[in-house]
Design a protein around this ligand. Structure first.
Ligand SMILES: [Zn+2]
Length: 276
């Protein structure tokens, strides 16, 4: 499943190629995504300049003068850019094509949990869209720090890993990144969120930014296939110190890394140096 780093890398690649260019046309070949692609969308966006492309959480936002094209990668979605004359034959799972500056960006989504929606400027700020309004703070937002996590978790008995995965306090810390961040911060994934102190939360906030930053850097500058979790874990082996390493020695203390299932997701931790 694409996580925040893959979405960030995708946003950067799209922005680098298309920011400031004119969107010539959108062609919808198969509207069946998580929600149907609106029938009127192509007519609304054609001919508009792309002011910029960025993201909020895992939503890609194409900002146009008349509104924002909102795209989500779902479970298996990818955007790929093909330069003029270099596009291979269209794949059956290529749902949408965006033509811009002679190039084409194709949205492929075999599992169809992705989305492509239109938010008109007349309907207000895109960040108030129902899909975006409830998202937690961005991990690279200056407001996000240990104090933020500490404030958000007072009195809460939920395990810290579940708090991170829920995305309501800080957005975009998926399973791999939550596992790695907790390992680095020496916090047990099942530690009660309300009982973790400020100092440990400072370590956790720093670890989250470090792990996500490394993953974004490892994603490089090209659009690639991020659809398999195995591939992901493989690509980030240089940053994975706990994830997928059950039975292997902890880099800090040598104790074997353990695997457990928490909230139906695999988690990995060092039983000796990650404290509850
Ligand atoms: Zn250890």
């Amino acid at each position: 499943m694409p996580e925040l780093p893959e979405v960030e890398v995708t946003a950067r690649a799209l922005a680098q190629r298309f920011d400031g260019r004119r969107l010539e046309a959108v062609r919808v070949h198969d509207p069946r995504l998580r929600w149907p692609v609106p029938r009127t969308l192509p007519a609304k966006v054609a001919g508009q300049p792309i002011e910029r492309i960025d993201r909020r959480g895992k939503y890609l936002l194409w900002h146009l003068p008349g509104g924002v094209l909102i795209s989500h990668l779902g479970m298996s979605g990818t955007w790929r850019i093909h330069e003029p004359g270099q596009a291979p034959p269209r794949h059956p799972h290529d749902h949408v094509e965006v033509f811009c500056d002679g190039a084409v960006a194709r949205f492929k989504d075999p599992r169809r949990f992705g989305a492509l929606l239109w938010h008109a400027a007349a309907d207000g700020a895109v960040l108030d869209h129902p899909l975006l309004a409830t998202l937690g703070v961005e991990p690279f937002d200056p407001r996000f720090d240990g104090q933020w996590l500490w404030d958000a978790t007072r009195g809460r008995r939920l395990a810290i890993k579940q708090v991170l995965l829920a995305g309501k306090d800080v957005v975009g810390v998926g399973n791999i990144y939550a596992t790695e961040s907790l390992y680095r911060a020496r916090i047990h994934p099942q530690a009660e969120a309300g009982r973790i102190g400020r100092v440990r939360y400072e370590r956790l906030a720093a670890a989250i930014r470090d792990v996500l930053g490394r993953a974004i850097a490892a994603g490089g500058s090209t659009l690639r296939d991020f659809s398999s979790v195995e591939g992901l874990a493989g690509r980030y082996t240089d940053i994975a110190q706990a994830y997928g390493r059950q039975g292997l020695p902890c880099a800090r203390c040598g104790a074997p890394i353990r695997r457990a299932v928490q909230g139906q997701r695999a988690t990995y931790y060092c039983p000796r140096c990650q404290r509850r």
